[in-house]
Design a protein around this ligand. Structure first.
Ligand SMILES: *Cc1c(COP(=O)(O)O)cnc(C)c1O
Length: 453
């Protein structure tokens, strides 16, 4: 008799909703309207799927964040992180509120300029800046955040032939107690790279002025304390620059990374139950700066580039059920008309999904798939939902960050984005793509123009 083959043990997730004394848990109440506009009307007017953004919610979240920081610290400036959501209408809501622009490419830089942001109020981050990009940024007096030595050398080379001085900062990476460390961007604090870069910059006083220090320590940070560590390390560099060069650093930019209330995959608790509040982040940062020991007149301006936490709540994705089917293991599944192509964040979040119409009390654990012919197109691996029928609508919550920039035009086309303004009026802020939109960019070589099947 042959030996049985070994199979390694594995842990299998139970596909049931969490039980409690009230029965199977369901947090789902129907969501029939967004900002007072019926979901059915939005879908009838703009199609399905459709992204819907609330201007009121953006302004409200922004006001709360500004208040948390400005009541604790005298000099605060927000800069909108373009890559989080760079629809021009969204950017301009933040700019109307007083946010500068934080960009990480020339594409985003040009968008900010076209939106009317003065060059001086653009923070140019990122590892990829060409000599042409740097030249434009210097001419516009933008804040150039240097990422690596090659960029610094390129800038020195450029400035030797320019009449203009550059306003620069360096991005600093550091150990804040959160791992893995984001050390691929900027200069390391602990090993002396950051100080080395500072000395190199200070050795060219005729070419550039070191005006700030920057860090962006991670994203969806669940620890407010990490920001306290980051604020301390940037302050330490600023103080040493003061001591050695008698040069006052005018701002410390603590970047972004505040968590939104979305729930990360694998998280036992709901995101909204575990994330620090904006007040927690503000307290960690501002108390560190205030207690560090700067002279009152040298207190740096605090810049924040928070993205995700500012916009996630303000957007919903509305969609429709295409089909319902049983999987071979007996589980129920539903196929929606949106997938990871437009809901990119489904890869790392368990997005909350609410039915958009009344439903019966029976609920069942199910898998929610998107419409793509691609196995990984799964929106929720396991979610307790009432039984939905073909044509029923759902509302996906907290989709404002990174979906409308990272979405992909794969198999199908991207849908409309609609803004609901302060008066409840709706506006299309991005049209849906059509076959023409995409064909416009393609070219057919002459010899391939005709086919004869
Ligand atoms: C992406 C990014 C941000 C915004 O990050 P969030 O996690 O969305 O807050 C801020 N600054 C820099 C440099 C970034 O790359």
């Amino acid at each position: 008799m042959s030996k049985k083959s070994y199979e390694r043990p594995y842990i299998q997730k139970l596909n049931t909703g969490t039980m409690n004394k009230f029965g199977t848990k369901t947090e789902y109440a129907p969501v029939t309207a967004i900002e007072g506009v019926p979901v059915k009307k939005l879908i009838a007017d703009y199609g399905s799927p459709v992204f819907v953004i609330s201007e009121r919610q953006i302004r409200k979240t922004y006001h709360e964040a500004v208040r948390a920081f400005k009541t604790r610290y005298p000099k605060v400036q927000f800069a909108w992180s373009y890559k989080t959501n760079y629809l021009n209408a969204v950017c301009n809501i933040f700019h109307q509120e007083g946010s500068w622009a934080e960009v990480v490419s020339m594409y985003e830089y040009q968008k900010a300029i076209q939106n009317g942001v003065p060059g001086k109020k653009i923070i140019f981050n990122g590892p990829d800046k060409s000599i042409e990009d740097l030249s434009i940024a210097v001419d516009n007096e933008s804040l150039i955040h240097i990422d690596h030595l090659d960029e610094l050398y390129l800038l020195v080379e450029l400035l030797e032939n320019k009449k203009k001085k550059a306003r620069v900062a360096i991005r600093v990476n550091m150990d804040t107690g959160i791992y893995p460390m984001w050390d691929r961007f900027g200069f390391n604090y602990e090993n002396g790279q950051a100080w080395n870069a500072i000395n190199k910059i200070m050795s060219h006083p005729e070419l550039m002025e070191l005006v700030g220090l920057h860090c962006h320590i991670g994203t969806y940070m669940l620890s407010a304390n990490a920001y306290s560590v980051a604020a301390w390390k940037l302050s330490d560099l600023a103080m040493n620059i003061q001591l050695r060069y008698e040069k006052t650093i005018s701002y410390l930019d603590l970047g972004g990374g505040f968590a939104s209330a979305n729930t990360l995959k694998g998280s036992y608790l709901q995101g909204s139950d575990i994330i620090p509040s904006v007040d927690d982040y503000a307290e960690a940062i501002t108390s560190t700066l205030l207690n560090f020991g700067f002279k009152q007149e040298n207190l740096p301006t605090l810049i924040l580039e928070t993205g995700r936490a500012m916009i996630d709540d303000a957007a919903h994705l509305l969609g429709s059920v295409i089909a319902i089917k049983r999987l071979s293991d007996g589980r129920r599944s539903i196929v929606m008309d949106f997938g990871v192509n437009i809901l990119f964040t489904a890869f790392w979040y368990n997005h909350k999904i609410s039915p958009a119409q009344e439903f019966s009390h029976h609920v069942e654990d199910m898998v929610v798939y998107g419409p793509l012919c691609m196995n990984i197109d799964c929106v929720r691996e396991s979610v307790t939902l009432p039984l939905l029928n073909r044509g029923d609508n759902v509302v996906v919550h907290r989709v404002g960050a990174y979906n409308m920039t990272q979405w992909m035009q794969f198999i199908t086309m991207r849908p409309k984005v609609v803004l609901i303004d302060m008066d409840g009026k709706t506006h299309i802020i991005r049209e849906n793509e059509t076959l023409d939109t995409i064909n416009q960019m393609e070219k057919m070589p002459k010899h391939l123009k005709s086919i004869n099947l």
